[in-house]
Structure formats: structure tokens, C-alpha cells
Design a protein around this ligand. Structure first.
Ligand SMILES: NC(=O)c1ccc[n+]([C@@H]2O[C@H](COP(=O)([O-])OP(=O)(O)OC[C@H]3O[C@@H](n4cnc5c(N)ncnc54)[C@H](OP(=O)(O)O)[C@@H]3O)[C@@H](O)[C@H]2O)c1
Length: 368
């Protein structure tokens, strides 16, 4: 039996993970943690009876049996054999670092942990402590796992997001409802907006650099989201994992890893997939992609600043205070003014996150 802590249990990834754990006799739910959705958390507690149930921001009195406060991360992780980090945003970094400190296996959906603090987690990656949950990285992880020889490169596939077919001149003013209507994946609000700006794919490039260091990384547009990324071998042939988009596939793989028994999740076949298309990323449609990839190459606290700016800009966009196009403006301006430091510890990252949020809020006020 593997005891699993599910952090971000009320979200898109968290709820799917609970279904996987419930259906799998070798997995036991150890604990639940969410941000503020007390109602759903209480339902989950009732249904799954974990040892610990915790909430970050209860917004009032916490009902009996649910804990909150400074040390909830430690209390949720204590006693777990594996942690699924499905918290959204840089708020997830602290949990990943606790797993590293304690040598606990981390099934990582919270890509922001690696975007903002990859330096602080690299030894846990090298020690085999991180199993990626992002479908692209899970695919590469699986392809590399069964590949004894060195590989030539990695190609991440990108759906293009919800407004990929909108004329480019209409993109700037795309509405919230259109942006949240992703054509192939059903995900949380932040990652859905990030898919439309392609910030998500740029984050995934940074994530892949940490997870698969030393391997060249490309990105191609693949609107059907059937090929979940490729690995190119030394002889020029390609390896990939294919299937209809379903996060339960990478979730089950990570939660079971290195277990050998996998339940059937998706029984689609090639005849269901239709035509598979691949094309170059149209860079002019996705200006935020290059901004963030460059922030990743510049390193230091630039990625943390970019992430903080993006979180603030998305919240303002979803509150209908700024336009879709303004998200990129906020990221660009925050990065321009950012005084980057080497990522030496958690505090440095969090300070960059804090000042960048203040900068981003100032820019948002100007744009409103
Ligand atoms: N959704 C996908 O298909 C997908 C695919 C690949 C990777 N990911 C990654 O997985 C992560 C989660 O994505 P998602 O789509 O599941 O997001 P989501 O639906 O917005 O869920 C986010 C979860 O994080 C919790 N949370 C937020 N702030 C927290 C805090 N300070 N402390 C504890 N919990 C907190 C939320 O709680 P409340 O509900 O109470 O606010 C919720 O349970 C992201 O990093 C995303 O990039 C997601």
C-alpha cells in the first residue's frame, strides 16, 4: 500500500487523482489539502476518510477535523509515502521543497515548482524523486525510461489553446468565455488561459530543461492533442505516446510508479483519432511564449518574476479588468524592470515573487 497525500485535491488534477486512488487497491489516500473550497473539501473528506484534511484559506472558522495554519503542509505530508502536488501557481513550491528535504517521492503536476525553483529541486530530480504528471513530460519520462541509449532531442506538442483559430487581429480582445473553452483539454482556469497565451508551453520548456537536462527541446503545434510529445533517437527515429487527451493516464502512471500494473483508462484506437497535424509554432500569435522561454534561458529569478506577473495578469483578466492581450504586456513590463538574483534559497524566490506581484498589480491598475 502506498499512502498518497493529495495537495490541491479540489482542483481539476486533484479530483481526477482521487478517482485513480479510489479505484486502485495499492493506493491509499493519506491526506487532502486545498486552497479555499471548503464545501468540496468536506465532501471529499466524507467520501474518502483521509488521516489528515487541511485547508490553506478557510475564510472563517474551520469545521472540526479540518486543520489550517502555518504548518499544514508539514502535517499533510507527514506519514505519506508519496505526495501529489497539484496546487496551482508558485504556492506549490514549498510543498515540493518539503518532499525534497524529506526524500519523499513527488508526483509533480505543479510545474511552477520547477519554473520558479528548479535549482532548489535539481538534486531531488537526480535522485529519481520527481515523477512528472504533465502529460508531455510524463510521455517523455516513459519514452526515456524504456530507452537505454542517449537521445537526440525532445519535441513538446502544443494544442494551440482555445483561440488558435481566431484571426490574429481579434486575439487581443478575445473574451474570458472563449479563452476558457479549451478545444481538447478540460483543466483549471489558470492553465487554460496559459494554454491560450502559450505561457503554459514556455513553462513546460523550462520544466523539461530541469527534468531532462542536457537534451535539446523543440515545440510543435499539434491541434488534436493525440501525440503527447516525442523523443527523437540517435538514428533519427521517433518515439511517442499517443491517445485521446486524458490526465488520468499520466496521473495513474506517476502515482503507481514504478509499479507495473496499470488499469485500462483509455480504450480509444487509431481509427478514433482522425487526421494528425503538426506545424511550426506561429510565434507572432504567441508573443508571451518567447518572452518566457527567454526568461528561462536568462535564469536567476526571471522565471519567478514571469510566473508572478502571469498569475496577477490572469486574475485581472478573469475579473474582466484587463484584455487578453494585456496579459503579455504585464509579463513583458515586469520582466523588463526585474532585478534578478541567483536562486540560492526559497526566500530569494519568494521575494522575487512578492516584488513582481506588486509590480504586476501596478501595471494592471494602469491598464484598467
Ligand atoms: N488541469 C490539468 O489538466 C493539468 C495538466 C497538467 C498540469 N497541470 C498543473 O497542475 C496544477 C493544478 O492545475 P489544475 O488545473 O488542477 O488547477 P485548479 O483546477 O485551479 O486547482 C488548483 C488546486 O490548488 C489548490 N490551491 C490553490 N492555492 C492553494 C494554496 N495556497 N494551498 C493549497 N492549495 C491551493 C486549489 O484549491 P481551491 O479549489 O480550494 O482553490 C485547487 O485544489 C497546475 O500547476 C497546472 O499547471 C494541470
Amino acid at each position: 500500500m502506498r499512502k498518497v497525500a493529495v495537495l490541491g485535491s479540489t482542483g481539476s488534477i486533484g479530483t481526477q487523482a482521487l478517482e485513480i486512488i479510489h479505484a486502485n487497491p495499492e493506493l491509499e489516500l493519506h491526506s487532502l489539502l486545498c486552497g479555499s473550497n471548503l464545501d468540496l473539501l468536506m465532501q471529499q473528506r466524507e467520501q474518502f476518510s483521509p488521516s489528515v484534511t487541511a485547508i490553506d484559506s478557510p475564510g472563517g472558522e474551520c469545521p472540526g477535523g479540518i486543520i489550517t495554519g502555518q504548518d499544514i503542509l508539514q502535517k499533510t505530508i507527514d506519514g505519506a509515502d508519496m505526495v501529489l502536488n497539484a496546487i496551482v501557481g508558485s504556492a506549490g513550491l514549498r510543498a515540493s521543497l518539503i518532499c525534497r528535504e524529506r526524500g519523499i517521492k513527488l508526483a509533480l503536476a505543479n510545474k511552477e515548482s520547477l519554473v520558479v525553483g528548479g535549482e532548489l529541486l535539481s538534486d531531488h530530480i537526480r535522485a529519481g524523486g520527481i515523477i512528472p504528471v504533465d502529460s508531455e513530460h510524463s510521455t517523455i519520462f516513459r519514452c526515456l525510461h524504456s530507452e537505454p541509449r542517449p537521445v537526440r532531442s525532445i519535441t513538446l506538442t502544443a494544442s494551440g489553446g482555445s483561440v488558435r483559430d481566431l484571426p490574429i487581429e481579434e486575439l487581443k480582445n478575445a473574451g474570458v468565455d472563449d479563452i476558457l473553452n479549451h478545444p481538447t483539454w478540460n483543466m483549471g482556469a489558470r492553465i487554460t488561459v496559459d494554454s491560450a497565451t502559450m505561457v503554459n508551453k514556455a513553462f513546460e520548456v523550462i520544466e523539461a530543461r530541469w527534468l531532462f537536462s542536457g537534451i535539446n527541446i523543440d515545440v510543435v503545434l499539434h491541434p488534436q492533442s493525440i501525440v503527447h510529445s516525442f523523443v527523437r533517437l540517435e538514428d533519427g527515429s521517433w518515439k511517442a505516446l499517443l491517445g485521446k487527451p486524458d490526465m488520468k493516464v499520466p496521473l495513474q502512471y506517476a502515482l503507481q510508479y514504478p509499479g507495473r500494473e496499470l488499469e485500462l483508462i483509455s480504450d480509444d484506437c487509431p481509427l478514433d483519432w482522425g487526421t494528425l497535424e503538426f506545424s511550426e509554432l506561429p510565434r507572432q500569435r504567441y508573443p508571451a511564449f518567447d518572452l518566457i522561454v527567454r526568461a528561462g534561458q536568462d535564469g536567476k529569478t526571471f522565471p519567478a518574476a514571469a510566473n508572478a506577473a502571469d498569475e496577477i495578469a490572469i486574475a485581472a483578466f478573469l475579473a474582466r479588468k484587463i484584455s487578453f492581450g494585456d496579459i503579455t504586456v504585464v509579463i513583458e513590463e515586469v520582466l523588463k524592470g526585474h532585478e534578478a538574483l541567483e536562486v540560492s534559497d526559497f526566500q530569494t524566490v519568494m521575494e522575487a515573487d512578492r516584488v513582481s506581484r506588486i509590480d504586476a498589480e501596478r501595471i494592471v491598475r494602469r491598464l484598467c
